[in-house]
Design a protein around this ligand. Structure first.
Ligand code: GLN
Length: 483
């Protein structure tokens, strides 16, 4: 039962082959049995899950239908869940029970999805390895000595290990696409403003975007359908109609113009990954796509710009955690300043503190123009590169990551080495564009992802290209041994 995709579960539930309650119990037992190896969950919500599953079964018995009605999922632990711990992977929020549901959580619950729990993540979504979580590192089910990617590593490891079919995640600089690549999943970062950020604990507000992690493009379409849409509670939510994503999956790729940026294949890319990307290009050519070399000349400036903008926004967003209103509070403060200092010093881990310091520095009066303003100008150049490219091509294709998943601990002493691994993903966040990663093969038994980028609001196009590719390849069906 645990091997089923969301689409298969929807068909099974509709055909009354099993109930949501039965399926939910099977998966909860599987999580209890296998997750100690992976550490992919921070909280399990068994009681809520059984209650939601029973309610979904009752709704089906009353004639209701829907692809998410009775479907088991989990939420990355930065989506607020009413009355349930929402930790953001941090000691700071270990004792925080959200007083309300995030819009994404509420929408999926209304569609009948069953929440099995909250998944592990890098602290405040800062990281690329899921090692900065206060709840400990997550392991990659493809090789337990390797990282699953981050920051949505818990959602990725759980879905890859078949503990559940799909999970929510967020992507500020790659945190949906990179763990998808590292664990052989399909993950989609939507256009900025497509999915509501209300109730999603903020890291870098102008870059953060929620989206689905699943095993197939078909399943990403189902989960995205439940997440997307205008929300008046989020001032950056965009009031655009949400298309039927599953209906966009049948289109031919005949004549599809795919741009391959020459900068993507420069030094730094593992040649074995380059070869797998070339193979996926050939596969798409067989399906009718036309390949064109393009250039994204400002890509080289994207990492420095991102690692100014994201920490700057984080330093501002995280100022609310002061030990007064919510979250961790130090013992016996001697005065208010001591309360702030020690509560923050004790509550935040090293990477979060590093970014708050970098961000506060970049925003400070004497340095704002030199760093933050400059980074914003680079951001515009990166966006302009994409706009020029999309005048010539329909999608852009390349590797998701320069290397496969590294060993646990390998980049802990060198944060910049980890930042450099984001080279292919962060440009989409800077520009606000949608991006998808899908399985493209293996290197040394570790999965490799190919990334597709599209113009604003063309999530359907990305999902269709990935779906057509998955109809003709079987990388996405491979299962990690022992799971
Ligand atoms: N690795 C990037 C960072 O550490 C991206 C993280 C994310 O997308 N949440 O900021």
């Amino acid at each position: 039962m645990h091997q089923m995709t969301l689409a298969e579960i929807a068909r099974g539930l509709a055909d009354k082959k099993f109930s949501s309650e039965e399926l939910t119990k099977v998966l909860l037992a599987r999580i209890t049995q296998l997750d100690p190896q992976l550490n992919s969950f921070i909280s399990l919500t068994e009681e809520l899950a059984i209650e939601q599953a029973k309610a979904a079964d009752a709704r089906r018995a009353n004639g209701e239908s829907g692809a998410l009605l009775g479907a088991p999922i989990a939420h990355k632990d930065l989506f607020c869940t009413q009355g349930i711990r929402t930790s953001c992977g941090s000691k700071m929020l270990d004792n925080f029970k959200a007083p309300y549901d995030a819009t994404v959580v509420a929408k999926l619950a209304a569609a009948g999805a069953v929440t099995l729990g909250k998944t592990n993540m890098d602290e405040f979504a800062m990281g690329s390895a899921n090692e900065s979580s206060w709840y400990g590192a997550v392991k990659n089910p493809w090789n337990l000595e390797h990282v699953p990617g981050g920051s949505s590593g818990g959602s990725a490891a759980a879905v890859a290990a078949r503990l559940l079919p799909a999970a929510t995640a967020t992507d500020t600089g790659g945190s949906i696409r990179q763990p998808a690549a590292f664990t052989n999943l399909t993950g989609l970062k939507p256009t900025y403003g497509r999915v509501s950020r209300w109730g999603m604990i903020a890291y870098a507000s102008s870059l953060d975007q929620g989206g689905p992690l699943a095993r197939t493009a078909e399943d990403c379409a189902i989960l995205l359908q439940g997440m997307a849409g205008f929300d008046q509670n989020d001032s950056t939510s965009i009031d655009e109609p949400v298309p039927d994503y599953s209906a966009s999956l049948g289109e031919s790729l005949q004549g599809l113009r795919i741009g391959v940026p020459k900068e993507y294949f420069s030094a730094g890319l593992d040649p074995r990954i380059a070869e797998l990307i070339q193979n996926s290009i050939k596969e798409l050519q067989k399906l009718g796509a036309v390949i064109k070399e393009i250039s994204l000349p400002n890509m080289q400036h994207a990492i420095p710009a991102y690692y100014v903008i994201a920490p700057a926004e984080a330093s501002s967003n995280l100022s609310r955690f002061d030990g007064v209103r919510f979250g961790h509070r130090c013992e016996h403060p001697k005065d208010l300043i001591d309360l702030y200092k020690r509560s923050r010093g004790e509550g935040f881990g090293a990477e979060v503190q590093r970014r708050i310091m970098v961000g506060a520095y970049a925003l400070s009066a004497g340095y704002y123009d030199a760093y933050y303003l400059k980074a914003q100008k680079i951001r515009r150049l990166v966006k302009n590169d994409f706009m020029a490219a999309f005048n010539e091509v329909d999608i852009i294709l390349g590797p998701t990551t320069p290397n496969p998943a590294w060993k646990l601990g390998a980049k802990n002493s060198d944060p910049v080495a980890a930042y450099l691994e984001d080279v292919y993903t962060i440009t989409a966040n800077l520009a606000g564009l949608p991006g998808l990663s899908m399985p493209a093969g293996f290197v040394d038994g570790l999965p490799v992802g190919v990334q597709l980028l599209a113009p604003y609001f063309q999530e359907g196009r990305l999902l269709n290209v990935a779906h057509q590719y998955q109809l003709h390849t079987d990388w996405h069906t491979r299962t990690p041994q022992g799971f």
